[in-house]
Design a protein around this ligand. Structure first.
Ligand code: PHE
Length: 446
């Protein structure tokens, strides 16, 4: 089977489309709010620069060297006696778990496009009640929007990466960027702007706990789409002469900028309205609608634009979450995309439904495990455990198993020798030690 290839700009677009998603605009602000602000942001930025970019480049190099699905990639880059490594490629299946709750959230966003058009809440209390009611009581409504999100995502994936996604990203990512910039300028005028900046950038390290460190590192993986073969799979479709180093830095930079801008805007609104930053997963759904309401007609236009752009940012990521397993099934078993997606769709639809139900007050007791509802469990186990673990495996694999010569041949003329050596050192020692310490710290000392 001849695989499709991205154009040069198409790869950076698709990789940014994958990276920039709900993780930046929905998750980053609410996690920062829950984990006390500046100190969390500080650890997050540290993790992006020292761990995230290194792993990004490692994954990209693996995909580019093998040009295959994740399982075949580990298999083909391992030495003859390293047959076991192929099992590492199954990290792609983390995507099935992420996709399930991710689509539930895209469903909420679809619903909010409708909310902005019909009845915007007037203040933060009303907005909180509206969001709370939807999530904890409205099973049918949520199922309808979730199913829609699910079908749209699968339809896009079924068209392949190039025809659907590359084009979609080209139009919608700049649109999202513009709307966010507009909101940023608007937030300069709000009373809460100064407090928002202090909250985000003045760290109070007394608020740091083992769990918040783990969450910040996990979030760095989640937001850059690392640790489950997404970047590997996309890089397998890179054109020959693409510059991996430059692309990795560009994607990480764009991704971080969007998360920070979203954070500044959302907290400026939160503090202007005197609301609480630590309201969890509802934060963006609660903080923005009252502002749109205040802006009258313009607010409706911007509000609809914002949620549509957010939905598409989510969709371009959703596609990249299923693509690794899709490629694995099509390339290894020679089946069609549609067949692969039917198999994956069956699994994810059931899991996603369980995740949705786990937030419904009357039903949640049936889907609670280890004291966590299915939704939270899927979110926590993937972001905080499975993705960092995937990253650890990738770091060790590229640092110790893949021949150094091959890496030098691929990347040698894309970066100065000193930078290559620093990267290699980070991969071999710093990244693995950090990940192990962070996970162990959470398991044993919290
Ligand atoms: N990076 C995406 C986001 O921030 C989520 C994602 C995770 C995508 C893992 C692919 C793989 O929303």
């Amino acid at each position: 089977m001849k695989s499709e290839r991205f154009s040069k700009i198409g790869f950076v677009l698709a990789a940014s489309g994958s990276a920039i998603g709900l993780g930046n605009i929905w998750k980053f602000p609410y996690m920062t709010g829950e984990n006390g602000g500046g100190a969390f942001v500080f650890i997050y930025l540290f993790a992006i620069v020292f761990i995230g970019i290194s792993i990004f480049l490692a994954e990209a190099a693996m995909g580019r060297l093998s040009r295959a699905d994740s399982v075949t990639t580990f298999e083909s880059l391992a030495p003859k006696n390293g047959a076991m490594w192929k099992y590492a490629g199954f990290m792609a299946f983390t995507g099935v778990l992420i996709f399930s709750f991710y689509t539930v959230v895209i469903g909420w966003i679809f619903k909010y496009i409708y909310v902005v058009l019909t009845d915007l809440p007037k203040n933060v209390e009303d907005a909180g009640a509206l969001f709370g009611n939807m999530v904890t009581t409205d099973t049918t409504g949520q199922m309808a929007f979730y199913t829609l999100a699910f079908l749209v995502s699968f339809y896009v994936v079924s068209r392949g990466i190039k025809r659907g996604i590359e084009k979609l990203n080209l139009i919608l990512m700049p649109l999202l960027f513009l709307i966010l910039l507009f909101l940023l300028f608007y937030s300069f005028t709000l009373d809460g702007f100064g407090e928002s900046m202090r909250f985000l950038f003045v760290p109070d390290f007394s608020k740091v706990t083992p769990l918040s460190i783990l969450s910040a590192v996990g979030q760095a993986f989640f937001t850059l789409s690392l640790g489950m073969g997404t970047i590997m799979t996309y890089s397998a479709a890179l054109p020959k002469d693409a510059n991996l180093v430059r692309s990795s830095f560009s994607v990480a930079f764009l991704d971080t900028a969007i998360a920070i801008i979203a954070g500044i805007v959302i907290f400026a609104i939160i503090f202007s309205f005197g609301a609480e930053p630590s309201q969890g997963a509802g934060l963006v759904f609660i903080s923005l609608p009252p502002l749109f309401n205040q802006m009258d007609m313009a607010g409706v236009v911007i509000g609809v634009g914002f949620f549509i752009a957010l939905a598409f940012a989510g969709l371009t990521s959703a596609v990249s979450i299923v693509e690794p397993t899709t490629k694995y099934l099509t390339d290894r078993f020679g089946i069609s995309r549609i067949k692969a997606l039917l198999v994956l769709g069956f699994l994810t639809y059931i899991l996603g439904t369980l995740a949705l139900i786990s937030n419904i007050e009357a039903l949640k007791s049936h889907v609670t495990f280890f004291g966590k509802g299915m939704f939270d469990l899927l979110d926590f186990s993937t972001s905080s455990i499975l993705l960092p673990l995937g990253g650890l495996i990738i770091a060790i694999f590229v640092g110790f198993v893949v021949e150094k010569e091959r890496l030098i041949r691929l990347l040698g003329d894309q970066m100065p020798k000193a930078v290559f050596n620093t990267w290699y050192l980070l991969l071999r020692y710093v990244v693995p030690i950090c990940i192990v310490v962070v996970i162990a710290n959470q398991l044993f000392f919290s």
